[in-house]
Design a protein around this ligand. Structure first.
Ligand code: HEC
Ligand code: HEC
Ligand code: HEC
Ligand code: HEC
Ligand code: HEC
Length: 483
């Protein structure tokens, strides 16, 4: 309806020429380098030094949008010599702002899930949606059944607020008595939409030591205004302010929670591992692997004002971690067997590709166990004569067997480990795989070995920590005949 007014004779006069001309004005006058496009159309143009643009006429039923990095997005119906006004992103943050809950609820019109159904379902199935109530996490900060170890409440009681910074970032009890067991309402939704999309920037000057919500440069409005930051240059919704923030497509956006020196220990290092990786030098960001388009999302708010878009211009909020599919994609295990001087020499090679950090990464307990077992023709185990053996940390079932542990293990001053990252540690023994690399190992058995079974196991938690906590293990297995 709004556009019928301009569909007069004069409209056809200029739009038939095929070029739409206009100007973008910013807070200090004409704005150079602003991005202009039709709503939902990927191709666009930039303004010149005097803020002017010329855009090939496309579908004039769509609004024309303009913005520049860290400015608001302006939108208007196409018209002759149109002027679009953009403002700088607000620079105030109201700490009393009440976070909007992500869940769909027709009685609460502001809630994201009401309009962003597909994105909501992807996020809701992700680890981010459960970071505050994940039973493995809660059981570590306050175990129920009198555990003697990996029990933060007994071992480091005032550390719980530190965990909440990343796991329950919007949990802020007025009495400063942090206990994410008490997180309710929106705070219990963990790393949720409103928090992530009120982030204007993620400075890395105090990388690792200022983390979680403290590392996010937030802009919470002090009035009823709706304000969101995001990666799109052309998001439009009546009555709402969107800011185009390119940081959403940079790895550092994830750094404040995926990098952390906690209690003096470099417990989380994914962002710094990425910075050192070949992926980083190729410009492959965290988002390019963990938020890649699923090819099917074409409208971010269908039926609620969203427009059809090229699916490749949108992302996925499912954020898979070390799933079987991700591990299969990034790890390849090959085994070679050779008969050498009346022995069997077995060489394993694990190669990593399409991964942007060490493997495993993330939570410090994550580890990979390579284990090899040989048996003779009648199935009796044969003891290896050469090659590395698994340490006790690999678990009682694995300890002493031929194999290798890939882990970041904290050990105390007596050399005992693993210890939890909130307990005094002397050093970290880091044997994890590097991205785009290969790790070889050789094991030797006497000639009576007939078959060798090779397994590569990914575990979330150390075996003794996992007891009753639920450990998901993923196994890659192959059995080779020695002949
Ligand atoms: C961990 C932080 C995080 C959370 C939680 C999060 N987002 Fe996003 N969101 C991002 C990032 C980063 C991008 C940009 C990804 C890219 O373009 O590579 C994005 C992109 C978007 C976009 C732009 C369209 C697109 O697909 O790129 C919309 C809309 C959006 N998010 C809405 C939501 C909603 C709604 C929720 C909750 C249901 C949500 N986000 C939860 C970080 C987050
Ligand atoms: C506000 C903090 C925060 C931000 C920002 C954040 N994350 Fe996370 N992320 C977490 C927490 C906490 C977990 C662990 C949740 C759990 O397992 O309970 C997590 C888990 C993950 C996982 C593991 C999923 C799994 O199933 O194992 C991936 C992958 C991930 N995040 C990717 C990202 C990417 C990519 C970004 C940036 C676009 C990002 N995160 C931004 C806090 C954050
Ligand atoms: C009443 C419907 C509605 C609700 C509720 C809603 N949005 Fe949106 N949102 C939209 C529409 C419409 C767009 C623009 C769609 C387009 O341009 O295709 C949008 C766009 C966005 C964008 C894109 C901004 C950019 O520049 O990348 C983000 C991010 C976003 N919304 C986040 C949220 C979050 C977070 C919530 C909940 C706190 C929320 N929205 C609630 C309708 C809604
Ligand atoms: C080139 C692709 C690629 C890039 C870039 C990348 N990742 Fe990953 N990521 C993977 C793969 C593959 C896995 C599964 C293997 C593993 O656990 O290391 C993974 C696993 C993870 C996990 C899950 C760990 C777990 O135990 O479940 C987290 C968290 C994570 N990545 C975060 C990030 C963050 C944050 C960045 C950017 C700083 C990033 N990733 C960059 C491919 C990538
Ligand atoms: C700097 C941010 C940050 C802090 C601080 C932090 N975590 Fe985490 N935590 C994460 C991220 C990110 C992941 C996801 C990594 C992955 O999936 O491997 C995670 C994963 C975990 C997991 C694994 C969950 C699972 O299902 O496997 C546990 C348990 C955990 N954290 C406990 C804690 C405890 C206890 C504290 C406080 C002593 C703490 N974390 C402090 C960011 C943080």
């Amino acid at each position: 309806l709004a556009i019928t007014g301009v569909l007069g004779a004069s409209w056809y006069g200029w739009s038939r020429l095929g070029i739409l001309e206009g100007q973008v004005v910013g807070p200090d006058g004409p704005l150079a380098g602003a991005r202009v496009r039709y709503h939902g159309v990927v191709e666009g143009t930039s303004t010149d030094a005097s803020g002017r643009f010329r855009l090939a006429v496309r579908d004039n039923s769509k609004a024309v949008t303009a913005t520049k990095e860290n400015h608001t997005i302006a939108a208007a119906v196409a018209s002759r010599s149109m002027v679009l006004e953009v403002a700088r992103a607000p620079n105030t943050d109201d700490v009393h702002y009440a976070w909007i809950d992500p869940d769909p609820d027709p009685a609460q019109p502001k809630q994201c899930g009401n309009c962003h159904g597909d994105i909501y379902h992807a996020w809701d199935a992700s680890a981010h949606a459960r970071s505050a109530v994940n039973p493995r996490f809660l059981d570590m900060i306050a175990p129920r059944n009198g555990r003697s170890s990996w029990n933060l409440r007994d071992e480091h009681p005032d550390g719980i607020g530190v965990c909440a910074k990343c796991h329950a970032p919007t949990f802020a009890p007025p009495d400063f008595d942090y206990d994410p067991h008490r997180a309710a309402g929106t705070a219990a939704k963990g790393v949720h939409c409103d928090l992530c999309h009120k982030t204007a920037d993620v400075p890395t000057d105090k990388l690792g030591t200022r983390f979680g919500i403290d590392g996010l440069d937030l802009r919470r409005p002090g009035d009823e205004r709706q304000l969101f930051f995001g990666p799109l240059e052309d998001a439009v919704r009546a009555g709402e302010t969107f800011v185009y923030a390119p940081v959403y497509r940079e790895s550092r956006y994830c750094a404040s929670c995926h990098e952390g020196v906690v209690f003096g220990v470099h417990a989380y290092g994914t962002f710094s591992e990425w910075k050192e990786s070949f992926a980083a030098s190729q410009g492959r960001t965290c988002q390019s692997c963990h938020m890649a388009s699923n090819g099917s999302l074409t409208n971010i708010a269908p039926g609620k004002g969203g427009v059809e878009r090229d699916p490749r211009s949108l992302s996925s909020h499912a954020m898979p971690g070390a799933t079987a599919a991700m591990l299969k994609k990034c790890l390849a295990l090959s085994v070679r067997t050779d008969r050498v001087n009346a022995t069997w020499r077995v060489t394993t090679e694990i190669t990593t590709r399409d991964v942007g950090h060490r493997v495993p990464t993330g939570f410090i307990d994550r580890h990979l166990v390579l284990v090899l077992e040989a048996v003779d023709a009648s199935g009796v185990p044969v003891v290896p004569i050469e090659g590395s053996r698994l340490p006790a940390a690999a678990g009682t079932e694995m300890s002493g067997r031929a194999g290798k542990l890939y882990a970041k293990m904290l050990v105390d001053s007596a050399g005992k480990g693993p210890v939890p990252f909130w307990m005094p540690a002397e050093k970290a023994i880091d044997s994890r795989l590097f991205p785009d690399d290969a790790d070889r190992a050789t094991f030797v058995w006497p000639a009576n070995a007939a078959t060798v079974r090779v397994r590569l196991i990914h575990r979330r938690l150390w075996p003794h920590v996992a007891k009753d906590r639920g450990n998901e293990t993923l196994v890659h297995e192959q059995t080779l005949e020695l002949k």
